[in-house]
Design a binder for this molecule. Structure first.
Ligand SMILES: [Zn+2]
Ligand SMILES: [Zn+2]
Length: 366
């Protein structure tokens, strides 16, 4: 570790903060003292109570996307309770239950920003490991406190438990937004969900809550029972079983594909009806092969989607609270985070780890 960098992080801003950071591409997290900016006039500061562990935290901690800046404090599924608001903050008060997702800043003037799509702003600022407007590096939610412009703060409805709400801020909006945008949110439609992990299981819950019939598509037959009985999906297809795929060909209005590993699109396109939409929300490292013939036959569409804007993120949280859409979580202590990361790598979690920051993040004596 570079001692100058660490001192800088601690003294850069007036407000002391404490969290866990990765120091290098081993990705191993350890206690880290840093600082947060003073609460500006449009800022909301809050005590972090829970933070979800997203798969991208793992990629970023290990610098697998080549963009990580160390020390790196991950976490973009952050929820807690407001401790201070700036003089010009209009929507929030001390004591409010709030959250921050993947983005903490944008330009506020481009077409995307004007259309409430801050997530597609070319100057959007990620919640951790990015450069903020003031030139400082952003730190995520594996920490005791958080501060953000109120524009990037969402309100957590009272009937939604905070630990359960956390994964909605990334996993939830990642699947909710394409269901809405691609018109797969109408009752009676038949929606496929590929992959049953952090994203996939929430996609099933949202699609069901919107009134769709849901088919889970997975490589592992072992997930059938879970999908049908626990997640209450309507049917299940093993993606390598030709007979099953053949039997279901041309039955789906749309597919939310959450898989981030290399996988064939051909069988999925075959499941779509005419005008069906295959929406990719996972991010495979290498390009996927796109068979064109099945697209031509029936004017099918292949699209993508990345998280969601702030207006839609609030709408998604409110929808989840109203329709009882709750991610399945395993709450862990801060000290368990490195083990959790190893388990996440093996997909050994149902379905999201959430760190109990409020009760288990203890500052080490200096
Ligand atoms: Zn995420
Ligand atoms: Zn913008």
């Amino acid at each position: 570790m570079n001692p100058t960098m660490t001192r800088l992080a601690e003294e850069e801003h007036p407000n002391k903060a404490f969290g866990w950071a990765a120091r290098d591409s081993s990705g191993v997290l350890s206690p880290f003292k840093f600082s947060r900016r003073a609460t500006g006039e449009k800022d909301v500061a809050f005590k972090v109570l829970y933070c979800g562990i997203c798969h991208s935290d793992l990629h970023m901690a290990k610098n697998e996307w080549g963009m990580s800046v160390y020390p790196l404090v991950p976490g973009h599924e952050i929820v807690g309770e407001v401790t201070e608001v700036g003089s010009k903050v209009q929507k929030f008060n001390v004591g409010d239950r709030v959250g921050v997702g993947c983005v903490v800043g944008s330009c506020h003037s481009c077409d995307s920003c004007k259309n409430n799509l801050e997530n597609y702003c070319p100057k959007s600022i990620l919640t951790y490991g990015a450069e903020y407007h003031d030139g400082s590096i952003t730190y995520g939610g594996y920490s005791d406190t958080m501060v953000a412009d109120e524009h990037f703060i969402v309100r957590i409805p009272d009937n939604l438990p905070l630990d359960v709400a956390a994964p909605l801020l990334c996993a939830g909006i990642t699947v909710y937004s394409p269901l809405r945008y691609y018109g797969l949110d109408k009752p009676g439609l038949h929606v496929g969900v590929v992959g049953l992990g952090g994203l996939g299981h929430v996609a099933v819950k949202f699609a069901k809550a919107m009134g769709a019939k849901v088919t889970v598509i997975s490589t592992s037959p072992s997930k059938k029972k879970e999908a049908l009985e626990h997640l209450v999906a309507d049917s299940f297809l093993v993606s390598r079983d030709q007979d099953q795929l053949q039997g279901a060909s041309g039955t789906l209005d749309g597919i939310i594909d959450t898989v981030s590993a290399q996988h064939p699109l051909f069988p999925l396109l075959g499941l779509l009806k005419s005008h069906g939409k295959l929406v990719l929300v996972g991010a495979p490292e290498k390009p996927l092969e796109l068979p064109v013939f099945p697209l031509l036959q029936g004017r099918k569409v292949v699209g993508g989607s990345l998280i969601g804007g702030m207006k839609e993120t609030q709408e998604m949280i409110d929808f989840a609270a109203k329709h009882n859409v709750k991610p399945d979580i395993e709450v862990i202590a801060m000290e368990y985070v490195n083990t959790a990361m190893e388990r996440l790598l093996k997909a050994d979690v149902k379905y999201r780890f959430v760190i109990d920051i409020g009760n288990t993040l203890k500052a080490t004596p200096s």
